[in-house]
Design a protein around this ligand. Structure first.
Ligand SMILES: Cc1cc2nc3c(=O)[nH]c(=O)nc-3n(C[C@H](O)[C@H](O)[C@H](O)COP(=O)(O)O)c2cc1C
Length: 293
C-alpha cells in the first residue's frame, strides 16, 4: 500500500474479529515503525507492552479493563492484541545526554549548526534537565504520538485495524494494573486486530478553518486540484457514513449480541453540521441524504 492510501485508509476500528489472531511479525513491524519516528535528541522515550491475549492472564486483563473508559470495553475484549503505550521518563532525565551524543558520530548534527560536545554537555543538556517533570512529560507525549501514528500506518498497510483507548477511569490504579515502575508513564492503550467493520473516512474540519496564510485568521484556501490528486491517491476517500453503514452496524451488533440501536442525536442538530458555513462538512454525504438530513 502506498503512503497516501495508508493515511487515507487508517481509521479507528471499534469492532474486531476476536477469532482472527494477529500475526507476531505484524506486531513486530508496527513496533519497528514506531521506533523510527522522530524524537527530541534521539531520546527514544516511547515504550510499549504488547499484551497478547493468548498468553496474558485473564484476571490481570480484567484489571486493565476496569481502568479503561466504559465505551472502550468492547474494543479491549474483542482485539486479540492490546498495546499499552508508555513514556519512560528516565529516557529524559537519565539517558538523554547519551542519546543526543549518538547524533555526533552519526553526523546528524554538525558544527555548521553550532554543535560542539561541550555545548551539548555543559549548556543544552543542563537546560533540558532543569525542566520540571510535567513539562518533560508533555514533550515526550508528542513523541509518543508520532511513534503511535507510525505504528498505526504500518498496521493499516498490513490490513490491521487499531483504536486508541483512553484509560481515565482509574488513573491511580492503571500503572499498578500494568505492573510498571515509577519512571514509566502509561499514556494510551491501543486495540489491534482485524476489523469486523468497514467504516468510511471520518469527517474532518475544513481545510480553510485549520490553516492560515501569513497571519492568523487569513484563511489558506484549499487547492481543489491537489485535493483531486489526493482522491486519486486514495488519501481522501468517500466520507462516512458510507451507504449501508447503519445496516452493517446492525448486523455486526447482532452477530456479537450488542445493542443494535443507532446512537441518539436529534435530526436538527445533525442538519446543523451539514450547513454551508459549518466548520465540518458543508455537504451532505450520500449515506445521509436518504435519511431526511
Ligand atoms: C489520543 C487519542 C485518544 C483516543 N481515545 C479514544 C478512545 O478512548 N476511544 C475511542 O473509541 N476512540 C478514541 N480515539 C479515536 C478518535 O475518537 C478517532 O480518531 C475519531 O473517532 C476519528 O476517527 P478516525 O481515527 O477513524 O479518523 C482516540 C484518538 C486519539 C488520537
Amino acid at each position: 500500500m502506498e503512503l497516501l492510501e495508508a493515511i487515507g485508509t487508517r481509521r479507528s476500528i471499534r469492532f474486531f474479529k476476536p477469532w482472527k489472531e494477529v500475526e507476531d511479525w505484524k506486531i513486530q513491524r508496527m513496533l519497528q515503525a514506531a521506533r523510527y519516528a522522530s524524537c527530541q535528541g534521539n531520546c527514544g522515550s516511547t515504550e510499549a507492552i504488547v499484551i497478547d491475549k493468548k498468553t496474558y492472564p485473564q484476571e490481570k486483563f480484567e484489571r486493565i479493563i476496569e481502568c479503561a473508559s466504559p465505551f472502550n470495553e468492547i474494543q479491549l475484549r474483542q482485539a486479540p492484541v492490546v498495546i499499552a503505550w508508555l513514556i519512560n521518563m528516565d529516557a529524559w532525565y537519565k539517558e538523554l545526554v547519551e542519546s543526543f551524543a549518538v547524533l555526533f558520530p552519526a553526523r546528524a548534527v554538525t558544527a555548521a549548526h553550532g554543535w560542539t560536545y561541550k555545548i551539548l554537555t555543559e549548556s543544552t543538556h543542563p537546560r533540558l534537565m532543569s525542566f520540571p517533570r510535567d513539562k518533560a512529560e508533555d514533550l515526550l507525549r508528542i513523541e509518543a504520538g508520532l511513534a503511535i501514528a507510525n505504528s498505526q500506518l504500518e498496521a493499516t498497510e498490513l490490513g490491521l485495524g487499531c483504536c486508541l483507548l483512553a484509560t481515565g477511569r482509574k488513573p491511580a490504579e492503571f500503572p499498578k494494573a500494568l505492573g510498571i515502575p515509577e519512571n514509566i508513564v502509561p499514556i494510551w492503550l491501543m486495540a489491534v486486530g482485524y476489523a469486523a467493520e468497514s467504516p468510511g473516512q471520518r469527517p474532518r474540519k475544513r481545510f480553510d478553518r485549520l490553516y492560515h496564510l501569513n497571519e492568523y485568521g487569513n484563511r489558506l484556501e484549499e487547492d481543489q486540484n491537489v485535493k483531486q490528486e489526493l482522491r486519486e491517491g486514495k488519501m481522501i476517500q468517500p466520507m462516512a457514513p458510507l451507504p449501508g453503514r447503519d445496516e452493517e452496524l446492525r448486523h455486526v451488533c447482532r452477530m456479537f449480541g450488542f445493542n443494535e440501536d443507532m446512537p441518539d442525536m436529534p435530526k436538527e442538530n445533525i442538519r446543523e453540521l451539514y450547513k454551508e458555513d459549518s466548520i465540518y462538512y458543508g455537504e451532505v454525504p450520500p449515506g445521509l441524504e436518504d435519511k431526511g438530513v
